[in-house]
Design a protein around this ligand. Structure first.
Ligand code: ZN
Ligand code: ZN
Length: 226
């Protein structure tokens, strides 16, 4: 064995050192070349699928954070490629996707409700030809900003309310600077009334409007008024 090359114990070929994986635990190069290792892994996946899956699961569980970090990096680098691959996979395996979608829906009823609700808001705004900047993430941010309380009476949050009613001609639409949490009672009582007529104390009005202003500052930059 020279310094530059090494004989593989699998294929018995003399190969460059970079063709061998360095084993950290043993602190030396492994005996088989990368190609032979890959071949071995391919065969083992075929002959012992369950054992391979179990080993992968064990490795995955003991390196969860590390793996998640790596996946995130890969995701940002190859986002378009991965999305395209996912689209293709969904198209080619409709049955697999259907049952996995169903399983996901069953296990995440809250997320499903939130998605339906967000979709409903977006559709309704589009029907009324109003601007829409609305997602589950934005809703969560607004809710945590107001401490999940009704902005009008400080009661328990039950609905998202358009501060300037969506039926009004000049309303900004379903956008973060027009959406506030409200209890059912306030939401239904306010309906499409003028917020200034509905809220009768200035303190509450200024509290709400300064909060909405913060959201306008954050989300309103790429948005041009009609
Ligand atoms: Zn080999
Ligand atoms: Zn209320």
């Amino acid at each position: 064995m020279s310094n530059q090359s090494k004989k593989c114990s699998g294929c018995l070929l003399e190969k460059g050192l970079s063709d061998f994986r360095f084993c950290k635990t043993k602190q030396r190069l492994v005996y088989k070349c990368r190609e032979c290792e890959r071949e071995y892994a391919r065969n083992r996946r075929k002959t012992h699928p369950e054992a391979v899956k179990a080993a992968y699961r064990k490795w995955h569980n003991s390196n969860k954070e590390e793996n998640a970090k790596r996946r995130r990096v890969v995701y940002y680098e190859k986002r378009d490629l991965m999305l395209e691959r996912m689209r293709l996979y969904r198209k080619e395996n409709p049955d697999v996707m259907k049952s996995s979608d169903e399983r996901w829906r069953k296990n995440n009823p809250d997320k499903v409700r939130a998605m339906k609700n967000a979709g409903w808001h977006r559709r309704r705004s589009k029907e009324l030809e109003k601007p829409v900047i609305w997602s589950i993430k934005i809703k969560k941010e607004i809710l945590s900003f107001w401490g999940e309380k009704c902005v009008y009476c400080n009661g328990k949050y039950e609905h998202m309310d358009h501060y300037i009613p969506i039926s009004w001609d000049n309303n900004p639409g379903t956008v973060p600077w027009n959406m506030v949490p409200a209890c059912q009672h306030c939401n239904l009582t306010k309906n499409d009334k003028d917020p200034y007529m509905f809220i009768n104390d200035l303190h509450t009005i200024s509290k709400i409007e300064s909060g909405l202003w913060d959201f306008k500052e954050k989300y309103g930059h790429n948005y041009s008024c009609k």
